[in-house]
Design a protein around this ligand. Structure first.
Ligand code: GLN
Length: 473
């Protein structure tokens, strides 16, 4: 078994391992696997080597680089990295290099982590399979004929294939949890506002959250503890200090009330449902009480999401007009230039979402579409509040199925959108949710069980996740 990121960080910090050796091992894994998997848009071998050497120098000088000392971290390519291309999986940002680092990038560096690369993603995080990248799809390292899930598919695949120690993704409707589930790793969407969005390229700002992907619950906890906490640069950042989750892992689940969400569970494939039921039984065995929970409005989550997210995206993506960022295709006048730039720079799914969002916000339709979707969002928030008055945490599948073959859903947007049906409600409600690998489906591919907590309830969520990991089949 490869060492965990926490073990690697501890060993480098104590001078028992060299950060440079850790980086070389991961670069060797990239050499061996990347041609098949395509997890990365950019491998930063020289940056990683230089950062690792600096960590080793500091350890030798008696300094403490932090808990992630020498741990390679891969960043989804919508997280800004100063002077390093940040593409969002799109041609429209061709040549753009951010002038600043995202807050989370600075926090990882301050904890000793080493930046190893930028990972592939669906263009502007719009997608569920990483097939919407302008740079070609990522493949599932457990079976390269299958998708890794999306939109943080590169981050999940890089973690699963051990081409990095840990990774960050972003989750607007499931984009961390879904690829984590399909690749068999842990993925966490924190409470909205828990982690700074400063330097995360916006998709749908009221839903976007940054979070970790890792090979264990402990590693995900460690990374979350490093990146969480108030950031004055993000006006939606939660002002209270983050209590930390690593210290909750050993607390066990004795006495916790766990609810299995009826509306999100029973339409999933039977082999997936079986894993969720088994997870409930394991928690019961560990001292929790397990019962059925109801979140009735969650049934309308998908419809509401596919109005709210495109509406916000249509506004956020208006800035890519060939003037300030990346690609510019010249035209006879400024309007022709906008038109040519966007026609060449955006892929088909992004164009579809911008049109959908613009339509949903247009005069005469605003109330019937966007307004109605916001009302549904309120109902979902209320239903979760009611459920959390009876339960400490909720369980559901992360995805209704295991990983599907590449190309299987690319020609049917509705079939692709349905992949998010179990993850979207947590984004609409702003609550934390994470995916924990829990055995395999009938096809031998990983199944993820989703653990949902009330707003700011990350500690209870991680206690349950840790118990599931301990009882893993
Ligand atoms: N698949 C969903 C979408 O395409 C969610 C993506 C995400 O969380 N970024 O919008």
């Amino acid at each position: 078994m490869s060492p965990s990121a926490a073990e690697t960080g501890a060993a480098v910090r104590a001078g028992r391992r060299r950060a440079r050796d850790v980086v070389e091992e991961h670069l060797a894994e990239i050499d061996a696997r990347e041609a098949d998997v395509h997890a990365y848009n950019l491998v930063l071998a020289d940056v990683a080597r230089a950062e690792a050497d600096e960590i080793d120098r500091r350890v030798a000088a008696g300094e403490d680089p932090g808990p992630l000392a020498g741990v390679p971290v891969a960043l989804k390519d919508n997280l800004c990295t100063r002077g390093i291309p940040t593409t969002c999986g799109s041609r429209i940002l061709d040549g753009w290099k951010p002038p600043y680092d995202a807050t989370v990038v600075g926090r990882l560096r301050d904890a000793g982590a080493v930046l190893i690369g930028k990972t592939n993603m669906d263009e502007f995080a719009m997608g569920s399979s990483t097939e919407n990248s302008a740079f070609g799809p990522t493949r599932n390292p457990r079976d390269p004929t299958k998708v890794p899930g999306g939109s943080s598919g590169g981050s999940a695949a890089a973690v699963a294939a051990r081409m990095t120690g840990v990774a960050l993704g972003s989750d607007t409707g499931g984009s961390i949890r879904l690829p984590a589930a399909l690749c068999g790793v842990v993925g966490v969407k924190p409470t909205y506002g828990r982690v700074s969005r400063y330097g995360l390229v916006a998709y749908a700002s009221s839903l976007d959250q940054v979070g970790p992907l890792a090979n264990s619950v402990g590693d995900a906890a460690l990374v979350l503890d490093v990146i969480a906490g108030h950031d004055p640069a993000d006006s939606t950042s939660i002002p209270e200090p983050s209590p930390g989750v690593s210290s909750a892992l050993a607390e066990g689940v004795e006495g916790l009330r766990v609810g299995i969400v009826h509306e999100l569970t029973w339409d999933a494939d039977p082999d997936v449902v079986a894993r969720v039921v088994a997870a409930g039984a394991a928690l019961q065995g560990a001292g929790a009480t397990v019962d059925e929970a109801h979140v009735p409005a969650a049934e309308y989550g998908l419809s509401a999401y596919y109005l709210i997210a495109p509406a916000e995206a249509s506004s956020n993506l208006a800035r890519y007009d060939g003037v300030r960022y990346g690609l510019r295709v010249d035209g006879a006048d400024v309007n022709a230039m906008y038109h040519a730039t966007r026609a060449a720079g955006f892929g088909p799914e992004v164009k579809l979402r911008i049109m959908l969002g613009t339509y949903a916000l247009s005069a005469g339709y605003y109330d019937a579409y966007y307004g109605q979707a916001q009302r549904v969002r309120t109902l979902i928030i209320r239903d979760f509040e009611a459920a959390f008055s009876q339960f400490d945490v909720l369980l559901a599948p992360t995805c209704p199925s295991t990983a599907f073959p590449l190309g299987a859903r690319t020609h049917d947007p509705m079939a692709m959108y349905l992949v998010d049906v179990c993850t979207i409600p947590a984004n609409l409600a702003g609550i934390p949710a994470m995916s924990v690998p829990y055995g395999a489906g009938d096809d031998g591919m990983p199944v993820g069980v989703q653990v949902l907590g009330p707003a700011l309830g990350e500690r209870a969520m991680f206690r349950v996740a840790a118990a599931l990991e301990r009882s893993r089949p």
